[in-house]
Design a binder for this molecule. Structure first.
Ligand code: BGC
Length: 612
């Protein structure tokens, strides 16, 4: 009995020790965390531990949290919030904490070493850990160009580029696509999309024509709100992901030959419209965007009447913020602020005073911060302007839930490239096709034809189908995109098991009798931005030669054009029976066959003039 009591006593002592040890380790862990948190706060004149400050309380209204946080911020901490740095420029990640950076971005093609969805998720999470080392713990806004799906990530669903969606001209479709994009983006820890483009493309020679919905202001306006609501959600007060209406304003009207970048022809050029013309054609989509509650607007790299947009106080502050009542923040584009004529110090002052709230910095962020420190200390950038910019940025961060939102986990990655999203992308491909010509009523094709020959540089190339801004800035070539389907694959899947589909890329068929139908899929090689500025967009001689060979080898000829804009095919197209504009359909090439074989009708209409 005594022995038993002793045992009981020992168990009691042992378990008490265990409990004590447990609490001790929790306390130690907490201390360690605190140490970590205070790492970048050794200043005795400020409160280092703000973990109990009201702004951390998610139950408080956003405005209250913004004001509380602002009241604790030093000048340097405010300045840091205005810096949006390209990730590859960060050589020491501790700079995120040292400078209290407001945001990071992946410029096109700037991806983690492990370029997978998981790699992206881990990368964004890793960057956020550095903000935990600061006393304020303000999360970073991470931005990327998910302009046709989360297309930076191999394996994501790649939707048709906007020009195709402009052809479909279906706001509900645009909303659903943007909703899907937002989900795929958020799964990688990115809550800020540099989309949609609301440019109204007036010159198809521009390499960014395909990023736009249309050359018609009305059509762009009609789809603008749908895209924004899709990304942000119905209630703009609690956005799921922040949209960016870009490129404010007039970029679609730049004049050929005025590009400031000597490698380009029109991109980053001059807009010479009168104010009345600018307002009539180019402002309405942005007005719609503001009404829809868009959280950020990107100032274009163009000039208007000789003045760089990021220097234009009238357009950024008077028109956008005051007249239209834009409550979000203005972000400058790429190197835009430093392209204002003058030195960088002066440019920083000009841009911030003009109304730019966050400055995109592919390079030179330390210099930017030093310049802003100087110009706010000497009053050339007024304290009220700085506070206004910081307020706008913090408001977005709180509204997005960045302070409170749990980071995505590996389980959330299943949405990326999901069946449901791919089906939606396929629907978008179907709806974006435009039947330019069908002179012998070739369509719809019979699934039971004996022989179909298929050729062309874009027939079996899902990379090219996706166009620019897909994994790399200038896009990719070939069929290696995980989960993607080429147009050829769709054709093969659509026909009966008896039908022979013979593919030869360059059209060298050796047939005894002509094939019933020849399909040639040709078009533009991928390009992005000014690299795609092209004096005479047209098919290459090789593509034309392929078409000619297939014409001779088949009874009926169908030409499908994969391109970011109308191509000049006036002469060669005279003896083609059927021509289809497929734009840049993205990863789900089977959508083309869905319509070719009559499963669905052609519903797309030209979003931009195409002379035939
Ligand atoms: C483009 C923007 C883009 C930004 C960030 C710039 O070159 O003009 O549209 O959002 O890069 O990638």
């Amino acid at each position: 009995m005594k022995k038993f009591l002793n045992l009981k006593k020992n168990i009691f002592i042992f378990s008490s020790l265990l409990v004590l040890l447990f609490f001790l380790s929790i306390w130690l862990w907490h201390q360690f965390q605190k140490e970590e948190r205070l790492y970048f706060c050794d200043d005795k004149t400020i409160i280092c531990d703000l973990s109990e400050a009201p702004y951390h309380d998610p139950s408080l209204p956003v405005e209250e949290r913004v004001e509380d946080l602002l009241s604790h911020m030093t000048l340097d901490e405010k300045i840091g919030q205005l810096a949006l740095v390209e990730r590859s420029e960060i050589k020491d990640k501790n700079d995120i904490a040292t400078y209290g950076l407001g945001g990071l971005l992946s410029g096109a093609g700037s991806h983690p070493e492990n370029n997978t969805a998981l790699g992206w998720q881990e990368m964004t999470a890793d960057y956020q850990t550095y903000t935990k080392k600061t006393r304020l713990q303000i999360p970073l806004l991470y931005g990327a160009d998910a302009i046709h799906g989360n297309s930076n990530v191999p394996g994501a669903t790649v939707f048709p580029h906007q020009i195709g969606l402009g052809a479909a001209n279906d706001p509900d479709l645009v909303r659903r696509i943007n909703e899907a994009t937002a989900k795929e983006l958020a799964a990688t820890g990115i809550y800020w999309n540099y989309a949609p483009s609301l440019d109204v493309a007036k010159d198809l020679r521009w390499g960014r024509t395909y990023e736009t919905f249309s050359s018609e202001s009305d059509r762009v306006e009609n789809l603008a709100a749908a895209a924004i609501i899709g990304l942000q959600g119905e209630n703009s007060a609690t956005p799921f992901v922040i949209a960016t209406a870009k490129h404010y304003i007039g970029s679609g009207a730049m004049i050929w030959g005025t590009a400031v970048n000597e490698d380009y022809k029109i991109d980053q050029g001059e807009v010479r419209l009168t104010e009345e013309e600018l307002r009539a054609e180019h402002l309405p989509p942005f007005k719609k965007a503001v009404e829809a509650g868009v959280w950020s607007v990107m100032a274009g790299l163009n000039n208007w009447q000789g003045l760089k947009l990021s220097a234009n106080k009238y357009l950024l502050t008077d028109v956008l913020k005051e007249e239209l009542g834009f409550q979000g923040f203005v972000v400058s584009d790429w190197y835009g602020v430093y392209e204002i004529p003058g030195n960088n110090y002066q440019n920083t002052i000009t841009a911030i005073n003009a109304g730019v709230d966050m400055v995109m910095l592919p390079f030179d962020y330390k210099k930017f911060i030093a310049d802003l420190q100087q110009s706010t200390s000497n009053g050339r950038v007024p304290a009220s302007r700085l506070d206004d910019a910081v307020r706008r940025i913090l408001r977005a961060k709180f509204s997005l839930g960045l302070f409170d939102r749990p980071a995505p986990t590996a389980n959330d990655l299943a949405i990326i490239g999901s069946e449901e999203h791919r089906a939606l992308a396929r629907e978008a491909v179907r709806k974006s096709l435009v039947l330019l010509k069908d002179r012998r009523q070739t369509l719809p094709l019979d699934k039971n034809l004996d022989t179909i020959i298929v050729a062309g540089s874009a027939a079996d190339n899902s990379g090219r189908q996706c166009g620019g801004w897909t994994v790399e800035w200038q896009g990719i070539d070939g069929n290696w995109l995980p989960g993607a389907s080429s147009i050829l694959k769709g054709i093969k899947e659509a026909v009966s098991s008896e039908t022979k589909v013979i593919f030869e890329e360059t059209g060298n068929f050796d047939l005894d009798v002509k094939a019933d139908v020849g399909i040639v899929i040709v078009g533009e090689k991928s390009y992005a931005e000014g690299v795609g500025d092209e004096a005479e967009p047209q098919l290459s001689p090789e593509d034309l030669a392929t078409i000619e060979k297939v014409r001779k080898a088949s009874n009926k000829l169908i030409v499908i054009i994969v391109s970011g804009r109308p191509l000049n095919i006036k002469l060669p197209a005279r003896n083609w029976d059927t021509i289809i504009a497929a734009w840049l359909p993205g990863s789900e090439g089977q959508g083309v066959a869905d319509v070719l074989f009559g499963g669905y009708p052609f519903v797309g209409t030209l979003p931009i003039e195409w002379e035939l």
